[in-house]
Design a protein around this ligand. Structure first.
Ligand SMILES: Cc1c2[nH]c(c1CCC(=O)O)Cc1[nH]c(c(CCC(=O)O)c1C)Cc1[nH]c(c(CCC(=O)O)c1C)Cc1[nH]c(c(C)c1CCC(=O)O)C2
Length: 466
């Protein structure tokens, strides 16, 4: 059997790795000159700089399992959760999120009631939510709804705007009025069904008390995960700078065309949703609509301050901040404003030389398109000015790294899961076809590793039809 894997991001590389482990012949096509997609680590002067994701969510086991299998156990590090604090930008200032929050749901009362983040009305809305358990339970909507409407039903407008929106923007890069609650917060939806109140549900479960660190990463950077997998692949099976233009399914075989033509028994399509849509729509027009998704773009600006310069900096303790984006469309499209920033040296050890400071700022959301074409020095200047107004005047960084990731994070819109069910139906009609990536079932590294490996296993031993 011979398998084509199209797209060399972490999902495609994970699929290829799994095929290689099983001794299956395959070809991995990647349009760019490197594997890893948005997973990229730059090491310079003792700084370990992530250009894309900086970690995975510890709760999801699949990335860690892979790292252990690859012999990277000694490389695995947890976030410094004794310093875990996330700030929200409010009136030009950083205000700490209360301790003990699970997303927007408190697991302790005192921090919420003493936080300057919430008005008396918002505190009341929190206090009343457990008392409304029965009402909330009987009013569970039959169909999907937006994250905003879900959070609003539990905690009202202020909580939705003040922390719901920025938190979700820091995970899904998206708009709470559009995102599907069932796709992006399935655990909370389940709690509502079972308990009505989310606060009461967390109180009853041990989930309220988070034991492990929230984030996990690798000492030398996440690129190591890619490099270790790539090292297990036969070199002859990797085709860099080979962009696939067309796929055809004929006589039970898959034909892959670029400036080349090759035949396979199965194909794993691991490209971004836009590319996948272009490849599959000619075979079945239904894909055109099923894969048409909004996606947000991100611009990452890493600012490294060497120890001698970093001495003058006064970064507040914590992992970083999230900034609510303006609701006014005019304002959003005129001044690109920072979406978030991670204080890397405080979130993780081993990322900076002793005494150094590393900030990773993000632009995204509605203002991202404005910056995708701006030169690096303009993007860096803008980030530095906005960070200085929030963190105190910053000196010129020792060096900076800028990366642009256009349309890299698909938005799971209301009805996403039903759409995925229809998508799966069309995929099943084409035996040997597998779709993997962040457009379908989960946006983080663990979900992509899981999807890649599961797809490879299904290709190797397909389920009987029907
Ligand atoms: C801007 C942005 C960030 N992170 C992300 C974006 C969007 C990028 C884009 O538009 O393309 C994306 C993101 N963030 C997270 C994921 C993984 C989700 C998953 O695996 O399910 C993903 C895909 C986890 C997270 N990211 C965050 C949370 C919430 C953590 C909490 O509850 O405190 C989670 C689960 C918060 C976050 N997220 C970010 C910051 C600076 C912070 C706060 C400080 C920090 O930790 O660095 C940056």
């Amino acid at each position: 059997m011979r398998v084509a894997v199209i797209g060399g991001g972490i999902a495609g590389v994970s699929a290829a790795h799994e095929l290689a482990q099983s001794g299956i012949e395959f070809v991995l096509y990647e349009a760019s000159g490197r594997l890893g997609g948005i997973v990229e680590t730059v090491c310079r002067d003792g700084f370990v700089i992530e250009c894309g994701p900086d970690s995975w969510v510890t709760e999801k086991p699949w990335a860690r399992e892979l790292a252990v299998e690859l012999g990277l156990e000694d490389e695995i590090v947890a976030s410094n959760d004794h310093w875990r604090k996330t700030y929200i930008v409010r009136g030009g200032e950083l205000v700490a999120m209360p301790d003990g929050m699970r997303m927007m749901v408190p697991t302790q009362w005192e921090p919420v009631l003493s936080s300057p983040l919430f008005s008396k009305e918002a505190q009341q809305a929190y206090l009343r939510e457990p008392e409304r358990a029965e009402e909330l339970k009987t009013a569970v909507p039959e169909s999907d709804e937006s994250v905003a409407s879900f959070v609003r039903r539990h905690f009202g407008d202020e909580v939705t705007d003040t922390i719901g929106a920025p938190l979700l923007a820091g995970v899904f890069g998206g708009d709470v009025d559009e995102l599907s609650v069932r796709a992006v917060m399935p655990a909370f939806v389940k709690m509502e069904r079972e308990h009505g109140s989310l606060i009461a549900a967390l109180e009853k479960s041990s989930r309220g008390a988070q034991s492990a660190s929230i984030f996990t990463t690798l000492k030398s950077g996440l690129q190591t995960l890619i490099d270790r997998m790539v090292a297990t692949l036969p070199a002859s099976s990797i085709r860099l700078r080979k962009s696939v233009q067309k796929i055809e399914f004929k006589g039970g075989k898959w034909c892959i065309f670029g400036p080349f033509a090759e035949e396979f028994d199965a194909v794993v399509v691991a490209t971004p949703a836009d590319v996948t849509r272009g490849l599959l729509s000619p075979m079945d027009p239904a894909f055109d609509q099923l894969l048409a998704m909004d996606a947000s773009s991100a611009i990452v600006v890493a600012l490294a301050f060497a120890p001698e310069i970093a001495k003058s900096l006064r970064i507040p303790p914590g992992f970083g901040f999230l900034a609510p984006q303006s609701r006014s469309a005019a304002e959003r499209s005129s001044v690109p404003s920072l979406l978030a920033c991670t204080f890397v040296d405080q979130k993780f050890s081993h990322r900076v030389p002793e005494g150094g400071v590393l900030l990773r700022a993000f632009f995204g959301g509605a203002s991202a398109p404005l910056l995708l074409d701006s030169p690096d020095d303009e993007v860096t200047g803008l980030a530095l000015r906005q960070l200085s107004s929030l963190l105190g005047q910053l000196p010129e960084p020792s060096f900076t790294v800028v990366r642009r990731w256009p349309r890299s994070l698909p938005q799971y819109a209301v009805g996403h899961l039903e759409r995925m069910a229809r998508l799966e139906e069309r995929v099943r009609a084409l035996p040997g076809l597998e779709l993997i990536g962040n457009a379908y079932y989960g946006v983080g590294l663990p979900d992509l590793v899981r999807q890649g490996r599961e797809a490879a296993r299904r290709v190797i031993s397909p389920l009987p039809p029907g």
